[in-house]
Design a protein around this ligand. Structure first.
Ligand code: 13P
Ligand code: SF4
Length: 327
């Protein structure tokens, strides 16, 4: 069942430090409509940390990084899941809930990492490195997951790689995350050259400029960033890892080297923390809008479907990842 509906004034309190009342007034009717439809449809909304504040704080039932959304997707007690995120996230929810309706408000919400590799590429890599296991970042299509031994996210990549007990792994498709993993394990990591179009744009020079311009700045970076950026960071972790850092350490001034809605969402919860905000938007995440969510709930479409011949092996790779956390 969906969570009980929170009254609009209480929802606005969640964002009032980052959203002017006039902007909220424009969102409020749709938020009310979505929350009513959600109850009617017995739906639950899963939203990634990069969703806009009106979605993240206004209509989502469950928020988080890719790993926590995947874990929650295994526990969802609702007939319908609305994924506010990108296509690979909705596919993961569908893999874990084959009998539920999984809606993605805009099927064009892709990901440059997912688009960087195909199932045929994975088969060629296996021919080139016989017997070497394939660890695949969840930012991939179900077709690529189906060719993989195990999935990982930015939260658990090192643990997953080490869980295999081999000297070498093939790591797909994010080159920078793969290099980051290689720096934190003795396992040899063979990387693919995929990049996130949002994180690859950051540079170490940019981070040094932020530090020069802001005294006592804490720099948090996502591991999809290039190596020279990560070398400048005080903390490297998943989107939820960065949010947790702010919750627990309460730095006076912080910059999150990641997609920009993330800073808005965390800043709304921490008015006492000063946020320096570079704004690199993920155009795919931004395809998800309140209008799209409302239409998806109204029409129960577009739904994500996965051919069973792909879904069964792809789910096995996701289940293998989830089992690592339970050990
Ligand atoms: P997280 O798993 O850290 O939320 O990252 C997902 C993503 O797409 C980052 O660009
Ligand atoms: Fe993909 Fe990058 Fe967008 Fe995340 S931020 S969904 S990795 S393109």
């Amino acid at each position: 069942m969906a969570a009980p509906t929170v009254p609009l004034p209480q929802l606005y309190e969640r964002v009032e430090t980052i959203m002017p009342a006039a902007e909220w007034a424009a969102h409020a009717p749709l938020i009310a409509e979505i929350n009513a439809l959600k109850a009617e449809r017995e739906a639950v909304i899963l939203a990634h940390n990069y969703q806009t504040p009106e979605i993240f704080h206004g209509v989502a039932d469950i928020t988080g990084d890719s790993l926590s959304l995947a874990r929650h997707a295994t526990q969802v007690d609702a007939r319908v899941i609305v994924q506010c995120g990108v296509h690979f996230m909705a596919e993961t929810s569908k893999l874990l809930n084959p009998h539920k309706t999984v809606l993605l408000p805009d099927l064009r919400a892709g990901c440059s990492l997912a688009e960087s590799i195909t199932g045929a590429d994975v088969r060629l890599l296996r021919e080139r490195y016989p017997g070497v296991p394939v660890v695949t970042y969840v930012n991939t299509s179900a077709e690529v997951k189906a060719e993989s031994d195990v999935c990982c996210t930015s939260s658990n990549a090192v643990d997953v790689v080490e869980s295999l007990g081999t000297d070498r792994v093939i790591f797909l498709p994010d080159e920078f995350l793969g290099q980051h993993v290689a720096n934190h394990t003795d396992v040899e990591v063979i990387v693919w050259r995929g990049h996130c179009e949002v994180h690859e744009r950051f540079t170490g020079g940019q981070v040094r400029d932020y530090r020069a311009g802001h005294e006592s700045l804490t720099v948090l970076a996502h591991p999809e960033c290039p190596q020279d950026v990560l070398a400048e960071a005080d903390y490297v972790g998943s989107t939820s890892g960065m949010a947790r850092y702010v919750d627990e350490r309460q730095p006076a001034k912080v910059v999150m080297i990641t997609e920009c809605s993330m800073s808005d969402n965390v800043a709304a919860q921490h008015p006492e923390v000063e946020f320096v905000r570079p704004c690199n938007l993920c155009p795919h995440m931004k395809r998800i809008t309140l209008h799209g969510v409302r239409d998806a709930l109204r029409d129960l479409a577009p739904a994500v479907e996965i051919d069973p011949s792909v879904a069964v092996p792809a789910r096995a790779a996701v289940d293998a990842m989830l089992a690592v956390g339970r050990r």
